[in-house]
Design a protein around this ligand. Structure first.
Ligand code: PBG
Length: 336
């Protein structure tokens, strides 16, 4: 090595970037972004029955849970410092219809889960999804007439669903339907019924994405869906339009906004984070989770490493938190 040419490094002017990376303690000291369990929101799929859990073929490691097991999951999540759960029902076929009226049935699966978690005294935030696909017979988020997704009629249905969820104990209403005007309508209805303490987390920049595939298997909407959701979810080629959606949802009264999917849309996350000062979340959706899981199963990548790297990336881009199927697993690692 002694006759290896020694290059002139004087152009560095004494600044060597690698000095800050030499040791673990130094990397800890200068780290810019920190991920904690408080950053993680855990989506759960609810089914009928007791002590019932069913696997989801396209989401390895995620199960649909009956309400009693959802309560156990809520306790486990709270114990790890996860602040909130996002509940999604898999509604039985015989309860689905074209109106999606099961969405505001005060005894539907979402309501049952809300009551059960509240009755068990678990201290955790409860976020409920407002959209029709989990309840209707045709897998669209809105009401369908002659192949058209009706906006204002859907908003009326969304308001009924949101009110039912608030009455059942939801802390945060999360409209994911992308109809125009739904945030304002839900806010007005909540306030009129005395639910001014119930917050709205708007799925504001929700793109028409193939990454939702495994979720649609999980809630049982995928096989029904005819066509796609491109007349209401955003075109993935657009960024300015996402900014307009976020601005409008905030103007209508959204307390928090969301970008979805997550990793392929970190440019949108960063723009929203730079431009607005409300809490910002991203949804690391089912297809993103599945890609990491299946790649890890195939031995292509280290699954735990990819999980943590992806979650930190959300925070680095400007998220205040992430909805992720990895929440419990990641929180356990972070707390270890
Ligand atoms: C719609 C809804 C979807 C997701 C959350 N809420 C699916 C869709 O819009 O088709 C997807 C979440 C995921 O893929 O993990 N109610």
């Amino acid at each position: 090595m002694s006759n290896w040419p020694k290059h002139d490094m004087s152009f560095l002017g004494g600044r060597r970037q690698r000095r800050l990376r030499r040791t673990g303690w130094m990397r800890n000291m200068v780290r810019e972004t920190v991920l904690t369990p408080h950053d993680l929101i855990w989506p759960l799929f609810v089914i009928e029955g007791h002590n019932e859990r069913t696997a989801i073929r396209t989401l390895p490691g995620v199960e649909r849970l009956s309400v009693d097991l959802v309560v156990e999951a809520a306790k486990a999540a709270a114990a790890e410092g996860i602040p909130a759960l996002a509940l999604f029902p898999n509604t039985q076929d015989d309860r689905r219809n074209a109106d999606g009226s099961e969405a505001w049935n005060p005894d539907n699966l979402t309501a049952q889960a809300l009551h059960a978690i509240r009755d068990a005294g678990v201290e955790i935030g409860l976020i409920t999804d407002v959209a029709l696909d989990e309840y209707s017979s045709d897998g669209q988020d809105g009401l369908v007439r002659d192949g058209e997704i009706l906006n204002d009629e859907t908003v009326e249905a969304m308001v009924k669903a949101a009110l039912m969820q608030a009455r059942a104990g939801a802390d945060i209403i999360a409209p994911s339907d992308m109809m125009d005007g739904r945030v304002a309508a839900i806010r007005r209805a909540l306030d009129a019924e005395g639910f001014d303490h119930v917050a709205i987390m708007a799925y504001s920049a929700k793109f028409a994405s193939v990454y939702y595939g495994p979720f649609r298997e999980a809630v049982g909407s995928g096989s029904r869906l005819i066509g796609d959701k491109r007349t209401y979810q955003l075109d993935y080629a657009n960024s300015d339009e996402a900014m307009r959606e976020v601005a409008q949802d905030i103007a209508e009264g959204a307390d928090m906004v969301m970008v979805k999917p997550g990793l392929p849309y970190l440019d949108i996350v960063q723009r929203v984070s730079d431009a607005f000062d409300v809490p910002l979340f991203a949804y690391q959706v089912s297809g993103e989770y599945a890609m990491i899981r299946f790649a890890a199963q195939a031995g292509a990548i280290n699954g735990e490493g990819a999980m943590l790297e992806s979650l930190v990336a959300f925070k680095r881009a400007g998220c205040d938190g992430v909805l992720t199927y990895f929440a419990l697993e990641a929180a356990r690692i972070l707390n270890a």
